[in-house]
Design a protein around this ligand. Structure first.
Ligand code: NAP
Length: 251
């Protein structure tokens, strides 16, 4: 198992890609803290699934964009299941708003969660790891939109391209201190976030035609790559971003 004996905190793990990552991590031997913001019951179901595989799991509510809540989350996980070895910054939101209609509030909330939230969780985590004299890894979850234009995403796409720069720059400062940092850019993955596309027969075939594999991905297909980045098998990998998109961004 790739992650045996490791403790992982996965943000936004109550649903979708975060849940897929949590399941793969548990199967690879990790104990998992399942973060969520609103879906407490769904998070409990993920934790129960992980426990059914023989791993430890707790749920922890926190808004990744709120420093007090993030500090309380890291403290609680550290104290209840042990020093955290892996942080997966997965929590994210997407709205689709034409550029000319985008409001200050929409820009601020989305960038707060998708970019500042990943920076904030990482900083709180890294300070704790460095103070404890431990080693760790971070995996950021970006998006195919770091490299592809889709309509109505002038607020969303910059957060995901920004994660590449955040990944490289955090890696440069943190790797010498023992914390590798990498980024996974998912393509079209079948989750609540994309349910509206999957139900649009007028749109979906055109999108799938641009994807070399001709299909949407499953959350666990992001989980397996994330587990690799987080594992000691990737011991010489840091500051990298990889597209896991069935061959969409490069086509
Ligand atoms: P999703 O199904 O909408 O799930 C979002 C998850 O994030 C939920 O667990 C949600 O918690 C959590 N969350 C949202 N805001 C949060 C906050 N402020 N603090 C803490 N948790 C928060 O989304 P998804 O499709 O799994 O996407 C996961 C990540 O992958 C996102 O970063 C997204 O941008 C990225 N991504 C997705 C796709 C795709 O095709 N699905 C493609 C590229 C990138 P609650 O359940 O409590 O609301």
């Amino acid at each position: 198992m790739k992650l045996e004996g490791k403790v992982a905190l996965i943000t936004g793990a109550s649903r979708g890609i975060g849940r897929g990552i949590a399941e793969v991590f548990a199967e690879e031997g990790a104990d998992v803290a399942v973060n969520y913001i609103a879906s407490g019951q769904a998070a409990e179901e993920v934790a129960a699934w992980i426990r059914s595989k023989g791993r430890r799991a707790i749920t922890v509510q926190a808004d990744v964009a709120n420093r007090d809540q993030v500090e309380a989350m890291v403290d609680r996980v550290w104290n209840e299941i042990g020093p955290i070895d892996v942080l997966v910054n997965n929590a994210g939101i997407e709205t689709i708003v034409p550029f000319l209609e985008l409001t200050d509030e929409q820009w601020t909330r989305l960038t707060d969660v998708n970019l500042r939230g990943e920076w904030l969780c990482s900083q709180v985590f890294c300070r704790r790891v460095v103070a404890a004299g431990r080693k760790a890894t971070i995996v950021n979850i970006g998006s195919v939109q770091a490299g592809k234009v889709l309509p109505g995403r002038t607020h969303y796409a910059p957060t995901k391209l920004g994660l590449e720069a955040l990944t490289r720059n955090m890696s440069a400062e943190m790797t010498p201190l023992g914390i590798r940092v990498n980024c996974v850019h998912p393509g079209l993955i079948d989750t609540d976030m994309t349910a509206w596309v999957m139900k649009r027969p007028d749109l979906l075939p055109g999108i799938l035609a641009q994807i070399s594999l001709g299909r949407a991905g499953e959350p666990r297909e992001i989980g397996t790559v994330t587990a690799f980045f987080a594992s000691d098998e990737a011991s010489y990998l840091t500051g990298q971003s990889i597209h896991v998109d069935g061959g969409w961004v490069g086509k």
